[in-house]
Design a binder for this molecule. Structure first.
Ligand code: PGA
Length: 252
């Protein structure tokens, strides 16, 4: 069984001081849990990565770090951007292709592909986000959209390690979610898609995941964890998601 993975995407929330406070409470909440049944990945804003990374070095828990984005060039005159090489010193993972990047900042599948390659080249593990809009869902195009996003982002032939987050755009930050069985059907298709290239990956659900609905999602066989936004901003709630989610996986 793959170890379930729980990602906290803090988006543009938390200063350095707030991040340090969070870690303090988060660690206390997680101490009593069995340490081999889960992995957590925190994705703070760039400004807090160094501090969180330092704190995590003192914490004997399976918590890793992710950046929320990167730029695909190694270095150069790209004001305001951060390269994979810079992130390599701070974190192990990087979120790529989040729907807010695609929707608000116009990121294309082609750019996402370049980012995935650049991350992998530096040894960062990409967390690729895919998902359909409400309109695409209504029109029955969910799989067509996701298959396009996967095929344009990933080179199946020489794909190294990757995590996939299935995040229906209409579920992000809205309190609405698909039924766990509906999400499972998409996860199953993603799993089949990857196996065509003889690959596998942990596939996480994202979009209004919280401590109330986590167990339903985690009982599904192809849902290997969640990527939480809003619900991950509280250390108590995110720790509860990890606790209930990893227990639900074990008891399946
Ligand atoms: P949400 O965000 O949990 O607040 O819906 C999830 C995401 O954007 O990754």
């Amino acid at each position: 069984m793959q170890i379930p993975c729980f990602i906290a995407n803090w988006k543009m929330y938390k200063t350095i001081a707030e991040s340090a406070d969070y870690l303090h409470s988060f660690e206390k909440e997680l101490q009593p849990l069995p340490q081999d049944a889960w992995e957590a990945i925190l994705a703070p804003p760039y400004t807090a990565l160094a501090t969180v990374s330092q704190i995590l070095k003192q914490v004997p828990l399976p918590i890793r770090l992710a950046a929320q984005n990167l730029y695909f060039e190694e270095q150069g005159a790209y004001t305001g951007e951060i390269s994979p090489r810079m992130l390599r010193e701070l974190c192990q993972y990087v979120i790529i292709g989040h729907s807010e990047r695609r929707g608000l900042f116009g990121e294309t599948d082609r750019e996402i592909n370049k980012k995935i390659r650049a991350a992998a080249k530096e040894g960062l593990i990409p967390i690729l986000c895919v998902g359909e809009t409400a309109e695409e869902r209504r029109e029955g195009k969910t799989w067509r959209v996701i298959e396009r996003q996967l095929s344009e982002a990933l080179d199946l032939g020489n794909l190294s390690e990757v995590l996939i987050a299935y995040e229906p755009v209409w579920a992000i930050g809205t309190g609405m979610t698909p039924h766990p069985s509906e999400a499972e059907a998409v996860h199953f298709q993603i799993c089949n898609y990857l196996s065509q290239g003889e690959k596998s990956a942990r596939i996480l659900y994202g979009g209004s995941a919280n401590d109330k609905n986590i167990e339903g999602f985690m009982k599904e066989p192809h849902i290997n964890g969640v990527l939480a936004g809003g619900a991950s901003l509280s250390p108590e709630v995110f720790a509860k998601i990890i606790k209930l989610g990893s227990a639900a996986k074990i008891s399946r």
